[in-house]
Each structure stands twice: as structure tokens, then as C-alpha cells.
Ligand binder design. Structure first.
Ligand SMILES: [Zn+2]
Length: 238
């Protein structure tokens, strides 16, 4: 894909995401504003702040990577776990999470970890080409791929803090649900859950787990927050 086309594509991708994000933030503010005073009835945003971890939005494990926040650097140090590479700071957690998942289903494997920007670009372009070969026109193909594969720079795999974990042949929903329940204990969250694609920009992925640290993961899971929502809550903390 040439540079001019990529720039155009970035605009197509970024604009709706920008509008969606701002609408979400506006809704968030409006909801807080409209909540009754805490002295009478506790508003939802206040109850969500109960037990909010004392962490900084700038902590390394909370780095936000999506279409509005491209990752332009590289992990400082990578370590190999199974057949994949991850940021060396999460190697132990990844190993332990995999071992716990293999107790539920023996064939659970790590399918993907760290991916360079060039590898992400290749993956994206290959998916577009596959769809075009099956009869989609270019616009349709790219629109479909964008809901399934992040554009280069927008993939968490470039941070080394995300893993795809599943059985090679795919996973039953029931099994995937049990593994998701295990994740926070090891500092991981299911990054693209059902019902949040208007915020994350990606369709539901039962296999993509992101390391955020145990305390953050447990809070996010308990309060049903994706990373974008959790960071907004941390920033909003008085
Ligand atoms: Zn993934």
C-alpha cells in the first residue's frame, strides 16, 4: 500500500473513531453532571470510584493504544514465552496465565504476542487482499478488515503487552468465558469484549488479552470497564 493511500485510509479510519470517542466522553460528562448529589443518591460514576486503585494514567502497563493513540515506539526488552514474544516485564504473568488456562483446556496455546509495526502492516494488507480476492471491492474490504484488524500503529501487539490465546482450532464460548474469568488474577483483561466495540473500535475478540497489572485488571473486570473507560475514570478522579 503506498503512502498516499495510507494517509487517506488513516483519515477514513480516524475520523469516525474521533467522533465516537468524543461522543462517548460527552456522554460520560453529561452522565456525571446529571447524577443526583452524592448525599442523597450515590451516582454511578461515584460508586465506580470506590476502591479506584491509586495508579497513574502514565504507568507503563496502562499505555493506551488504539486508532486515536498510535504506538510509535518499541518495547525495551522482549522475552520468549512458548512460541511468542512479549515485553519481558510480563513474561512471568503470561506464563502463569497460560498454565492456568491449560488446566481448563489442555490445548490452550499462545497464538500471537509482540508484533512489529511492519508485521502488523503486512497482516492488515494480507486480510484486505484476501477479501478483495473473494469479491469485495477495495472500500468494502478495508471497512471489514478495520473492524477486525488494527491499522498499523494501532495494534496493542506492537507494545508486547498483548497476547492472543486460544485453542488453535478455535474455542467454545463457555471455555473462553472461563479463561476470561481467570485473566485478572494474572493482570490481564479481555481487551475487546462484547458490547464495547463502539468504544474500542474492534469487534468482540474472545482471544485477545491485554496486560494491565493485577490491581487494574481486577477493578476493570469488577466494574465492566474497558481500558478507554478506565483511563477516563482515573483522569476524572478528584
Ligand atoms: Zn490480538
Amino acid at each position: 500500500m503506498n503512502k498516499q493511500k495510507m494517509t487517506k485510509l488513516s483519515l477514513i479510519v480516524c475520523l469516525p473513531a474521533f467522533v465516537a470517542t468524543n461522543f462517548f466522553l460527552w456522554k460520560w460528562d453529561a452522565a456525571s453532571f446529571l447524577s443526583p448529589p452524592a448525599s442523597t443518591t450515590e451516582g454511578s460514576s461515584l460508586s465506580e470510584k470506590d476502591g479506584l486503585p491509586s495508579v497513574s494514567v502514565d504507568d507503563w502497563e496502562l499505555v493506551l493504544v488504539n486508532r486515536d493513540h498510535l504506538f510509535e515506539s518499541e518495547p525495551k526488552s522482549l522475552a520468549t514465552v512458548g512460541n511468542i514474544r512479549v515485553d519481558s516485564r510480563i513474561a512471568r504473568a503470561t506464563q502463569d496465565f497460560l498454565a492456568a488456562a491449560q488446566v481448563i483446556v489442555l490445548d490452550e496455546v499462545l497464538l500471537s504476542g509482540y508484533r512489529s509495526r511492519a508485521e502488523q502492516e503486512q497482516l492488515y494488507n494480507e486480510r484486505v487482499a484476501e477479501l478483495e480476492a473473494s469479491g469485495f471491492d477495495q472500500v468494502e474490504a478495508e471497512a471489514t478488515v478495520r473492524s477486525q484488524v488494527q491499522i498499523p500503529g494501532a495494534s496493542e501487539h506492537q507494545t508486547g503487552l498483548a497476547v492472543d490465546m486460544s485453542e488453535e482450532a478455535g474455542q467454545l464460548d463457555e471455555v473462553a468465558g472461563k479463561i476470561r474469568e481467570l485473566a485478572p488474577k494474572y493482570g490481564f483483561v479481555l481487551r475487546y469484549p462484547e458490547g464495547k466495540s463502539h468504544i474500542t473500535g474492534l469487534d468482540f475478540e474472545s482471544w485477545h488479552f491485554r496486560y494491565v497489572g493485577v490491581e487494574n485488571a481486577q477493578y476493570m473486570e469488577k466494574h465492566d470497564l474497558v481500558l478507554e473507560e478506565y483511563l477516563a475514570l482515573l483522569k476524572d478522579r478528584k
